[in-house]
Design a protein around this ligand. Structure first.
Ligand SMILES: [Zn+2]
Length: 55
């Protein structure tokens, strides 16, 4: 199954082994975010949390 990343738009081919495969197979309209963008978003969120902690 091929899915397009909602953030960068790159098309990724995922197999049944992929963690999001079942979700996307059942609900194809739900957004998919590739590993690269997922890691980037997580990094940004951690940065924001870090900024909040530091006065
Ligand atoms: Zn992406």
């Amino acid at each position: 199954m091929e899915v397009g990343c909602k953030v960068c738009g790159s098309v990724t081919r995922i197999t049944k082994a992929h963690k999001d495969y079942t979700r996307l197979a059942r609900k194809p309209n739900t957004p998919y975010i590739c590993d690269k963008c997922g890691a980037w978003i997580q990094f940004q969120m951690q940065n924001q949390q870090g900024l909040r902690k530091t006065p």
